[in-house]
Design a protein around this ligand. Structure first.
Ligand code: CDP
Length: 215
């Protein structure tokens, strides 16, 4: 296995942006694993089903094809909420496991971001980052992003969604959101994206320089 980077953290912590920027800086492909769960939730809902239904969600996860995901509209709070509902089911997580491992094990290495990358998908990652920020700061960032598409959206609605998702993601039985014991914590509450990226880049660089390929 080549050098891999695992990035986890709650909604709107900045992990997605950091993953993309790190991918550019280190020349590594990036998998936003949230997209897989979003695609499952959106696919179930589009077929008239309920993402809270374990069987329907698992069936959609088993049929999921990475190449088809690009064609789906996965942005926005509805897709995020559906993703979080679908992500609760152990069968869904299991169905998406191999796809994520295959991406991570490609020659040359990779970056994956999500909720359980350092704990479940890639426990042997070359470096693990756990990116956080206060719920209020995360809600402000997400609101700024979403209100461009939906000018009527209230900040309070976004904050409530963040609290709901944090609670569901952290308290579920299957692969709850938590930092791996060996993850480096990066709190971006008081950091803009440039400073957060600088910090993340340094962490990854140091880890890469010290990394020893597993025998
Ligand atoms: O961008 P944001 O952080 O809001 O969401 P996302 O990363 O696209 O993930 C959406 C939802 O998918 C999360 O709230 C989690 O419930 C779920 N998810 C997960 O359980 N495990 C992952 N590796 C990635 C996402």
């Amino acid at each position: 296995m080549d050098f891999t980077v695992a990035i986890d953290g709650p909604a709107a912590s900045g992990k997605g942006t950091l993953a993309v920027r790190l991918g550019q800086a280190f020349g590594l492909p990036v998998l936003d694993t949230g997209k897989l769960y979003r695609a499952v939730g959106v696919t179930v809902a589009a077929a008239g089903g309920d993402a809270r239904d374990a069987q329907a969600a698992e069936a959609a996860a088993r049929r999921l094809d990475l190449d088809q995901i690009a064609a789906l509209d996965l942005e926005g709070p509805t897709a995020g909420e559906l993703a979080s509902q679908a992500a609760v089911h152990a069968g869904v997580r299991e169905a998406l496991f191999d796809m994520q491992r295959r991406f991570a094990l490609r020659p040359g290495g990779a970056i994956l971001d999500g909720r359980d990358i350092g704990t479940v998908i890639l426990p042997e990652a070359g470096v693990k980052l756990f990116v956080t920020a206060s719920p209020e700061v995360r809600a402000r960032r997400r609101w700024r992003q979403l209100s461009q598409r939906d000018p009527g959206l209230a900040y309070e609605t976004v904050l409530a969604d963040i609290h709901l998702r944090d609670a569901r993601d952290s308290h579920r039985a299957a692969a709850p959101l938590r930092a791996a014991p060996d993850a480096v914590l990066l709190d971006t509450t008081d950091l803009d994206i440039e400073h957060a990226f600088d910090a993340a880049r340094r962490i990854v660089e140091t880890a890469r320089d010290r990394w020893v390929r597993p025998s």
